[in-house]
Write a new protein. Structure first.
Length: 317
């Protein structure tokens, strides 16, 4: 059996995504019924980038599953500098049943997966944030019902990891995904092409536009993200200043009025009020960001236990 990883949103099928989300819902309802990692089994959790929610949610998820989170400081480990990614993968794969990595280039986590011999989970790269989008899909499902046919409008930087993962994850779920972004910050063509292909297969659609109203009109969920992603700090003045190309894409009360009356607001956090979203929206009645943040715990427990089970079943086959 092929070793399974979760490096990008389309590493699972439409049916598997639905199964994992159903598992996440069951886990949320009965948090300690899944003990896949009892032993405790060790999961290596490696951070090259800043983290709060990811470290909290994965540490708690692994403990809830009966395991031990072995937290590795990427600045100390210097993976790919002090020691090759391949060698680190070989070492970690002999001490852990899975590896979770928050890093920079997608090529880094793909190399880790080639050599680890255990499941590898993407906890964020420059290109994708698949665990966050699993949690977001769980949140949308909780508030708006079955995912196929629902509309998600995302506004902001169309070239960042959240835009890419919304395109792939939403299309895989059979949703209508609309991305409103400046023409200078478009999604990667190959990712947009893949999302379009997935949408056609599962009854959804994909739209990239520079019109914020077009993206949110009648939408069931509206999402945004910071205009300054990790690694872009030197561009902060340009991205948040008076000449920012993103100013038209701020989520505010006027824009939310174009969405469905029952639309929910999503943000993966951290949020910067007054820039990508106004305080009256993120702190208002349509905002579900705190439940969305909590769902990182449940969605990550689901994908982690599912992958470990897949690996064990493959080894025993």
């Amino acid at each position: 059996m092929t070793l399974r990883h979760f490096l990008r949103d389309d590493d699972i099928t439409h049916e598997e995504q639905a199964q994992i989300l159903a598992r996440a819902a069951r886990i949320k309802a009965a948090p300690f019924t899944d003990r896949t990692l009892v032993g405790p089994e060790v999961v290596a959790v490696l951070f090259d980038k800043q983290t709060l929610r990811t470290q909290l949610s994965f540490s708690a998820a692994i403990a809830h599953l009966g395991g031990f989170p072995m937290i590795v400081d990427g600045k100390l480990a210097q993976v790919g500098v002090r020691e090759s990614i391949a060698d680190v993968a070989r070492v970690m794969g002999r001490e852990a049943v899975a590896i979770v990595w928050r890093t920079y280039g997608q090529d880094r986590i793909e190399e880790m997966a080639r050599y680890a011999q255990v499941p590898v989970i993407n906890a964020l790269t420059d290109d994708f944030h698949p665990c966050q989008v699993l949690a977001d899909l769980q949140t949308i499902q909780e508030h708006r019902g079955d995912l196929p046919g629902l509309t998600l409008g995302y506004l902001g930087d169309g070239a960042n990891n959240m835009a890419h993962s919304y395109l792939l994850g939403g299309a895989l779920a059979g949703m209508h995904v609309r991305v409103a972004t400046p023409s200078t910050h478009q999604p990667k063509p190959e990712i947009l092409e893949r999302a379009t292909e997935l949408a056609a297969q599962h009854g959804g659609s994909v739209l990239v536009t520079d019109d914020p109203i077009e993206a949110v009109r009648g939408a069931d969920a509206v999402a945004t993200d910071t205009w300054v992603s990790m690694g872009q700090e030197k561009e902060k003045d340009h991205r948040q200043g008076e000449e920012s190309p993103f100013l038209r894409f701020q989520v505010n009360t006027e824009l939310m009025a174009h969405a469905d009356a029952e639309a929910i607001f999503l943000h993966c956090l951290p949020a910067y009020r007054g820039f990508e979203v106004t305080a009256d929206v993120i702190d208002g009645p349509q905002s579900v960001v705190w439940g969305e943040s909590e769902n990182r715990l449940h969605a990550q427990k689901a994908i982690l236990s599912w992958l470990v089970e897949q690996h064990r079943n493959g080894e025993s086959a």
